[in-house]
Design a protein around this ligand. Structure first.
Ligand code: NAP
Length: 342
């Protein structure tokens, strides 16, 4: 029987919401006619969520395993109750309901889901390994994709863990491509992180030689990583949670402010620094899952700053293709991703 294409039939509570906003969803793996069943190989836990779990468990992978299993048992999905965020997965197509829309998919094909784990029915049999360096968790698990769920077939020319890592944050560089115009001054806060380096590469392409890309990092060794990549015109060392420090250090290289600030950090309390460094009528793009709407909205008002603030939609048309193509065509980026994720 066909079920709701958005998955509302699996919402247990509260009633009336869609699966992402639900506290608990049904993770019974009985397949509806318009759903897809996946044998999950790897979860890529969203960085804000992974960081919170790692901190709460003092980096002890045994305790992290218990915490992840407990979350999925309680909620039917891997949605961190503190950050509200999820992540993505790769796995093999196990079965397709007869009315699942894409008839070209075949059983056994390896796909990456492009919808958040925070709305994906998930049933974990066993956690095999937690990789503290990549936020990836090897599992024996099953998941359901709803009719409206988007996914990408993992390409043959890229390692599947590399592709998963990149696709997890594909919305960020794709939004940079939409927001940054030739000649813009762009600041990327958290520029040495996974989405940070992708955004830096895309920002350099979009802003061009007339523009300027400023990478903000919080650790000295990240300065040389960014310098070696070659996408940033200026690299600024600052703690993004210290709004005035960020403002003063960015002002030293961009005295009139930036046209576009891209926030890709994985910790809370970085809203104000981004607002302060941005010109009036500029744009702040909050991709970070640790962003507070209240702090951003009331904070901007509080300092009389007329900036456009954008919530980082993880999806924009063509985001997966743009991100994988960026990695294929930028040799330094590809080498970095190969070193980190394969
Ligand atoms: P990541 O690789 O962990 O990168 C985050 C970067 O921020 C790291 O380089 C980190 O440095 C840096 N950072 C942390 N604290 C900082 C501070 N106080 N000042 C300056 N930099 C700081 O994370 P990611 O995978 O790129 O994800 C970035 C963000 O996007 C996360 O919040 C994630 O949850 C979110 N996300 C959003 C979506 C969406 O749909 N909007 C989708 C996926 C992910 P250290 O390594 O030194 O800590």
């Amino acid at each position: 029987m066909n079920a709701c294409k958005y998955g509302t039939h699996r919402v247990i509570e509260p009633k009336g919401v869609l699966p992402q906003a639900a506290n608990k969803i049904d993770n019974d793996m009985t397949l509806r006619d318009n759903e897809l069943l996946i044998d999950v190989m790897t979860l890529n836990i969203d960085s804000a969520s992974f960081t919170q779990i790692k901190q709460a468990c003092d980096g002890d992978t045994k305790r992290m395993e218990e915490m992840i299993l407990e979350i999925v048992k309680n909620r039917g999905k891997m949605q961190n109750p503190v950050t509200g965020s999820g992540g993505m997965l790769i796995g093999r197509v196990r079965a397709m309901g007869p009315s699942f829309p894409d008839k070209s998919l075949r059983e056994g094909t390896i796909i990456a889901t492009l919808v958040s784990l925070s709305l994906t029915p998930l049933n974990i049999n066993r956690i095999k390994h937690i990789d503290l360096a990549t936020d990836q968790v090897q599992v024996d698990a099953k998941a359901i994709l709803f009719e409206s769920g988007i996914y990408a077939v993992v390409p043959d020319d890229l390692d599947e863990h590399l592709a998963l890592a990149a696709l997890d944050v594909a919305g960020a560089p794709a939004q940079v491509a939409k927001l940054v115009k030739p000649g813009d001054v762009v600041a990327i806060i958290g520029a040495a992180g996974k989405s940070g380096v992708l955004c830096a590469a895309q920002a350099k392409r979009s802003a061009g030689d007339a523009g300027k890309v400023i990478g903000v990092v919080n650790e000295k060794q990240q300065v040389s990583l960014l310098r070696d990549l070659g996408y940033c015109d200026d690299i600024v060392l600052a703690d993004a949670t210290d709004a005035m420090e960020l403002y003063e250090r960015v002002a030293a290289v961009a005295p009139t402010g930036v046209d576009v600030a891209i926030n890709v950090v994985n910790v809370p309390n970085t809203e104000m620094g981004c607002i302060l460094i941005t010109k009036d009528d500029g744009v702040v793009y909050y991709f970070s899952m640790a962003t507070s709407f209240t702090k951003a909205a009331l904070g901007a008002e509080g300092v009389g700053k007329d900036v456009t603030m954008i919530i980082g939609n993880g999806y924009t048309k063509g985001h997966a293709d743009l991100t994988l193509e960026l990695i294929r065509s930028e040799a330094p980026l590809k080498q970095l991703f190969e070193r980190l994720y394969t």
